[in-house]
Design a protein. Structure first.
Length: 388
């Protein structure tokens, strides 16, 4: 396990978690990486760590360049355990190291680990640290993704160590964004939608700060390092953080008991497709909520379908709506539909949730009793067509 030099004297010393398939409810079908970086300068500096089970790998990669006991500086950009899990072992080895982190990170680290004996210095936006040839500048980015989150910028090398921002849960051979652009941008979108979406205003502040910097490399804590597509990923972050969308994208998310709501879902999808929209049909029986979220990040139109089960929504749709409420996306045009036997509770409950999210709901709920008739499906189609 060796370090990989990404710039002269600056190394990737992280870990690739090829087998990761779940990250707090998020399906990670392409695994992930925990990117940590080592700057070999007068002061040996480690930026971030890895998830605890990969501690030995981190230490081995560091040891391929320098003795880990000689680390002078540890920068903790974020306390979530996929980055801080290895830090107790690092601090135990590097007994003279000073850890630099924001005040919130110091508090959180003390609540997660036994930090007895750790030498910690609190930093804030605008603070700098000279390590010899390089000067690190710290930029706090609270809530991207936790209150403690921070970026670290190395001006002379034009590298932004952006932690969770600009990340993707994606393991691949190589470290840079010369992988398939369709995959890396899709994984970046999925990551944004599932991890960062609630914090659009905070991301906009990050983008304001980043715009002041001369950046040739964005080195996040997950996935590939951006150097070929920096303007494109920054532009995507502008779009996603402002709750913008592609006007021609639509998603129909649904589940069905005996196929009636599925017929309605297909009718909505077909109507929208024939109106020229690019439609994704997503059945929650077969797709995880995190994939459904990925599908709606850039969509303008989102239809939700569930039949009434007892007095409520099907559990798959209930779980999706719980997840959606937490992520609180804005600026969508919604449409709720579904079949029922004797109560229309599911559809009005879905409509209430979308109303609370502030979505535009130009058409009332569309319900069909028991099995859809040809006439009933025609009404579904008319309502869907009116929305666009
Ligand atoms: Fe990759 Fe918020 O941790």
């Amino acid at each position: 396990m060796k370090a990989v030099e990404i710039k002269k004297g600056i190394y990737w010393v992280g870990a690739k978690d090829w087998n990761l398939r779940e990250f707090h409810g998020y399906t990670t079908s392409r695994g992930s990486t925990y990117n940590a970086y080592l700057i070999v300068d007068d002061k040996i500096t480690l930026i971030d760590g890895v998830k605890e089970p990969f501690t030995e790998e981190l230490i081995a990669r560091i040891a391929s360049v320098v003795d880990p006991e000689k680390i002078d500086v540890v920068v903790c950009n974020h306390v979530e355990m996929d980055h801080s899990g290895a830090l107790p072992a690092v601090m135990a080895k590097a007994k003279n190291a000073i850890m630099y982190c924001p005040a919130a990170a110091e508090r959180e680290l003390k609540m997660h680990y036994d930090t007895t004996g750790w030498n910690m210095r609190v930093v804030k936006t605008g603070d700098t640290l000279n390590t010899g040839k390089h000067t690190l500048s710290f930029v706090q980015m609270p809530m991207v993704h936790w209150p403690d989150s921070m970026m670290t910028y190395v001006a002379d090398e034009k590298i932004l160590f952006s932690n969770d921002a600009f990340g993707q849960h994606y393991a691949c051979d190589g470290l840079f964004d010369d992988a398939d652009p369709d995959i890396i941008f899709d994984e970046a979108k999925k990551y944004y939608g599932n991890i960062v979406w609630p914090y659009g205003a905070q991301v906009q502040k990050v983008l304001e700060e980043a715009a002041k910097l001369d950046i040739a490399m964005i080195a996040p804590s997950h996935g590939v390092i951006w150097q070929n597509h920096i303007p494109q990923i920054v532009e995507k972050y502008r779009l996603w953080s402002s709750y913008g969308h592609a006007a021609d994208k639509a998603v129909v998310i649904y589940d069905s008991m005996w196929g009636s709501t599925e017929q309605m879902a297909r009718e909505v999808a077909s109507a929208w497709s024939e109106k020229g929209l690019k439609v994704t049909l997503c059945c929650l029986k077969h797709n995880n909520v995190s994939d459904a979220i990925n599908a709606i990040v850039e969509a303008k139109y989102v239809a939700l379908g569930s039949p009434t089960l007892n007095s409520g929504i099907l559990p798959t749709m209930g779980a999706f709506l719980t997840y959606l409420k937490g992520l609180a996306p804005k600026n969508k045009v919604g449409f709720c539909f579904g079949s029922y036997g004797w109560k229309k509770d599911a559809q009005s409950e879905m409509q209430d949730i979308l109303t609370k999210l502030g979505w535009s709901l130009p058409e009332p709920i569309m319900t069909l009793n028991w099995r859809p008739t040809k006439e009933g499906l025609s009404l579904v189609r008319q309502a869907a067509e009116k929305i666009v």
